[in-house]
Design a protein around this ligand. Sequence first.
Ligand code: SF4
Length: 229
Amino acid sequence: MVINIIDFNKMIDNHLKRENRPKGIGRYYPSEIGTCLRKIWYSYKFPQDIQPELLKVFEVGNIMHDFVVKVLKSEKNPEVELLKSEFPFQHQLNDFIISGRIDNLILVKMANKSVLVEVKSTGNVDMVTKPAPHNAMQLQLYMHLLDIHDGILLYVDKRNLKSKVYTVPYNEEEAKKILERFQALHDHLKEDKLPDPESRADQEKLWMCRLCEYREKCYKETVRSAKWM
Ligand code: SF4
């Protein structure tokens, strides 16, 4: 007979619980910019507590990051030298700041080059056939702002540690478009103007809506139409 003397699920929830500090207009985060602009806008205007399930997903990402750092640091892998695994980060652009601790990024030296490695944990690496656009966008921004123009996306399977690596070529034009997204977000927040529901215009981005905590609000504010799925 199994006797439950501890409720470990509850203990994990307690351990991961964090205060939800409202985000201030004028400070933006690279980890969000590849997602839906409307969703980010809502998160400033109508902050919500992060669901415990989502906190656990984030924690798995942190655990995976630490594991990848260990592999890269290992003296059994002398072809790669770990240079940096934490990036406190601040970039002033016009009247706002792009900031945050970039916690999924690693800098290594390989083949005599400095290369940024962005780590993503995935539920099934066999389903990953190309870099996800929002992941590539984030890495493009880091390459631009950190002035390191070689970057790879490393996907690691949470179930079995199988991995895939994709090189993301630096593209200055794309990086500038991402900075324009920050500007658009800032302008919409300052003017209290709701952005378009951009993820509902693109079949490839519609998965973001399925996971979106503002879904109901969004569909109420912009009803389904030929333009917005
Ligand atoms: S439901 Fe989709 S389009 Fe609307 S805010 Fe959420 S992610 Fe964006």
